[in-house]
Design a binder for this molecule. Structure first.
Ligand code: HSE
Length: 307
């Protein structure tokens, strides 16, 4: 059995408009790289961290905490060294903490001969999310581990469903260069919703799932709507309404906040349309002088993978 592996752990889009805390998808075009190595020394040591300023102490690092959760129930007697090379910026809304947590537990499981199921790996990675945002939400780590689209059908007991990914679906993501902490953007949300908003929202969640399975792009488009979170959080994002309306005008199927923001995502049918959406998004930010990163990506069907 190998002693060391290098993995790609993808960025993810959580919520996907209508599915706050339950829906997510994995991206191909952007992700972190990690090198995980078995050691005789017990515990987890973060030996290198490039690309972002983040804590390297095991208990303060999401990869460290997720890894310790796995070790605490494993009969393995040694430990692991982890190198983290961040390409995803912290606080960007495309699952930076989730990538580190999923990469660590997936790679450790692989090196141990895969004693744990994907669902168990999600549970370990959720400990990293809890450290990062105060809430062990699974909508980034689930697609990070399973790949494709995922639904957290239930948190207690944890029940993750991998959903079909239509072949021609592409994502465009623009990240205005500000940092929004998930913990802050959760604080501004209301804790109660009206029955009428609930009715609209669960209609759309069901519609989106049905659209993904039947590869019905019109149904996907009609369902990519958020009546609950977007109206509140969008005020934190520069020119959100303009980016959304320009994206829709050039043919996006839908456009919304990626995770807790500030990144904005759109889904399109085909790469050509996704590139048109990217041009439209850039146009808005160039006009008002906002700097950004932008990605056009197919959906990553595998989740974490060996490089
Ligand atoms: N569902 C989480 C939130 C995702 O919106 O707060 C954070 O990436």
């Amino acid at each position: 059995m190998e002693n060391e592996i290098k993995v790609f752990c993808s960025a993810t889009i959580a919520n996907i408009s209508c599915g706050f805390d339950v829906l997510g998808l994995a991206l191909d075009g952007i992700g972190d790289e990690m090198i995980v190595k078995k050691t005789i020394k017990k515990g987890i040591t973060i030996t290198k961290l490039t690309g972002q300023k983040l804590p390297m102490e095991t208990h303060k690092n999401v990869a460290g905490v997720a890894g310790l959760a796995l070790l605490s129930v494993s009969d393995y007697n040694g430990g692991f060294e982890i190198e983290i090379h961040k390409k995803i910026k912290a606080g960007s809304g495309i699952g930076s903490s989730a990538a580190s947590s999923t990469g660590a537990v997936w790679a450790m499981n692989k090196l141990l001969g895969e004693p744990f199921t994907n669902m168990e790996l999600v549970k370990f990675a959720m400990k990293g999310e809890e450290l990062a945002s105060g809430v062990p939400h699974a909508d980034n780590v689930a697609p990070g581990i399973y790949g494709g689209f995922t639904l957290v059908r239930s948190y207690d007991p944890l029940d993750i469903i991998k959903i079909n990914t239509p072949k021609e679906l592409y994502a465009t993501v623009i990240h205005p260069q500000i940092e929004v902490k998930t913990s802050d953007s959760r604080k501004i949300l209301k804790t109660n919703i009206s029955l009428s908003d609930g009715i609209k929202q669960w209609g759309n969640v069901g519609g989106l799932i049905a659209g993904l399975y039947t590869e019905d792009y019109d149904l996907i488009s009609r369902s990519l709507k958020d009546h609950i979170v977007e109206p509140i959080r969008s005020i934190l994002i520069p020119a959100f309404d303009a980016v959304k309306s320009e994206s829709m005008q050039v043919g996006a199927l839908g456009c919304g906040i990626s995770g807790s923001g500030p990144s904005i995502f759109a889904l399109s049918k085909g790469k050509e349309n996704a590139l048109k959406v990217a041009a439209a998004m850039k146009g808005v930010y160039n006009k008002i002088g906002i700097t950004y990163d932008i990605y056009v990506s197919s959906i990553n069907l595998e989740g974490v993978k060996i490089m």
